[in-house]
Design a protein. Structure first.
Length: 120
């Protein structure tokens, strides 16, 4: 399979645009979620956003390195690119687990508060 340089550059440009659009929208989404929850969770939302951005950047880096490896036929770059993609997936999973744990703690705290209110 022969890939032309022009097609490769177009693919990289599209990927860079997609990453930029994601990075631009994340702060607004984080603040909207924090406002909807009723709790002032800006630092938590921004920290989560930073971890998700790091994972997205690592994934994009892996995809570009893998594409470069495929373009040049260099299996070393292909493997390194796939490894970075797996690392990004692990970063996202870890962040999702942390968010799930925080959600469970919040739900337990709210339930305990409601029980305390019912008892008094």
């Amino acid at each position: 399979m022969k890939i032309h340089f022009r097609d490769f550059v177009a693919s990289l440009s599209a990927m860079a645009l997609m990453i930029c659009m994601t990075l631009i929208s994340l702060p607004a989404m984080a603040m909207a979620m924090a406002m909807d929850s009723g709790y002032p969770s800006y630092p938590i939302a921004l920290a989560t956003m930073t971890n998700k951005v790091d994972a997205a950047a690592k994934d994009a880096e892996g995809k570009m390195e893998s594409a470069y490896g495929e373009l040049t036929g260099d299996t070393g770059h292909q493997i390194k690119g796939k490894a970075k993609q797996v690392q990004a997936s692990a970063m996202n999973t870890a962040e999702d687990l942390k968010q799930g744990a925080k959600s469970v703690v919040k739900n337990v705290r709210d339930a305990a508060g409601n029980m305390a209110d019912d008892l008094s």
